[in-house]
Ligand binder design. Structure first.
Ligand code: NAD
Length: 364
């Protein structure tokens, strides 16, 4: 065993079907939260209303103006709502955009977050915040934004439509894949990441034929939890850099962008990441790129950035911004031409292939 370090993160997790109805009140009570700011997107309001019914006056205010990629104007508005309510805690019920909005409050105020995720984004397990201003997404790491308590209730995900289910699950798989070679990757994060991929694939295949398959929904949410956990400790790499640039520059939908880009980055990186083969076996393949392509085909995942709204002439702008980022930690050195090739293939929806990058430098 090679030497490693592992910075484990704090936090309480409650997992189980129905837990959000039964345990939200006692969990808030345990944190001493008396004036909660509820953050929920308008679309998830009805779902949240049922959960907060037993909380009574513990919910001091509700903020529903949630926007993807947390624009600066949203940050100002949600902070004003927290101040006006004299909030002592933030309760987020929803997907990654909602958790991200709650994190914006915690970043400035250090208020504790209780998160009830309803997608597979995994943000609730990470100390990473993200905000967008002037077409550029900024991310940072701060323990203040890591939720104190997370309630994972698979019942809340039963209403996720097929397209969101699939792309969100691919977003979670992306967390696992990047965790295999992120700056803080270690044997523990790899173990968690591989098990995360297994659980996500095990849940995703049956759920596309029956969106109400509770066992599959449970597998998916468990996988998403593991994915967020591995990613939080291992950190992100090339794939997330590309997706953040695309999201910020072209306002592309977050999870579908991950689904499209991931097989291409995996194809590029897998010759330089020994753990990638072990992880690919969790998908029933010897190659991560092939395993992801098969899973995408079986689940009708999006495969082209063009279909997500990226303009043809956007590649050059994206290449320019991506090359300004620090890519020195990528397990395989990459040139501007490699980034252009990855983006070109992802834009056009060409199949991801390890051979496409055969001429790039093999490893660091
Ligand atoms: P999202 O929160 O925007 O949700 C996607 C869609 O799903 C929305 O239309 C929402 O209304 C709908 N939805 C959510 N829950 C539902 C439910 N139970 N039933 C039906 N519809 C439901 O998107 P997301 O993919 O969950 O998260 C993406 C955001 O999260 C991005 O901004 C991304 O940067 C961020 N993120 C951050 C981290 C981190 O560690 N900081 C990690 C992952 C994602």
């Amino acid at each position: 065993m090679t030497a490693f370090h592992y910075d484990a993160l704090p936090g309480r997790v409650v997992f189980g079907a129905g837990c959000s109805t039964r345990q939200l009140e006692p969990e808030l009570q345990a944190l001493g939260a008396r004036r909660v700011l509820l953050v929920v997107a308008e679309q998830e309001r009805a779902l949240a209303d049922k959960l907060i019914a037993p909380l009574g006056t513990r919910v001091a205010a509700t903020f529903t103006d949630v926007r993807q990629h947390v624009p600066q104007a949203t940050v100002e508005r949600v902070l004003a709502a927290a101040r006006a309510a004299d909030a002592d805690a933030v309760l987020s019920i929803g997907g990654g955009s909602t958790t991200g909005t709650a994190k914006a409050v915690a970043l400035r105020t250090s208020l504790p977050i209780v998160a009830v995720p309803t997608t597979y984004a995994g943000s609730e397990m990470t100390p990473i915040w993200g905000m967008t201003a002037g077409g550029r997404k900024t991310t940072g790491r701060d323990l203040a934004v890591l939720p104190k308590t997370v309630l994972y209730d698979p019942d809340l995900t039963l209403s996720l439509p097929s397209s969101i289910t699939v792309s969100s699950a691919f977003n979670a798989i992306a967390h696992c894949v990047e965790a295999l070679y992120g700056p803080g990757a270690n044997p523990i994060t790899s173990l968690v990441a591989v098990e995360g991929i297994r659980a996500l694939a095990a849940g995703l295949v049956p759920v596309v034929t029956d969106l109400h398959d509770s066992a599959a929904r449970s597998d998916l949410l468990y996988g998403a939890y593991l994915a967020g956990t591995a990613f939080a400790a291992a950190g992100s790499g090339l794939h997330h850099t590309i997706c953040h640039v695309l999201g910020g520059a072209f306002d592309l939908p977050h999870a579908p962008t991950h689904a499209v880009v991931l097989p291409h980055v995996a194809a590029f990186n897998e010759p330089a990441v020994p753990d990638m083969r072990r992880a690919a076996r969790a998908l029933g393949s010897d190659s991560m790129a092939d395993g992801l392509a098969a899973l995408a085909a079986a689940t009708d995942a999006p495969t082209s950035l063009r279909e997500l709204g990226m303009p043809q002439d956007g590649v050059e702008e994206a290449v320019r911004v991506i090359m300004q980022k620090d890519l020195s930690g990528n397990p395989r050195p990459l040139t501007e031409g490699d980034v252009r090739a990855i983006l070109g293939a992802a834009l056009a929806g060409r199949p991801a292939a390890v051979e496409a990058y055969a001429t790039a430098a093999p490893t660091r």
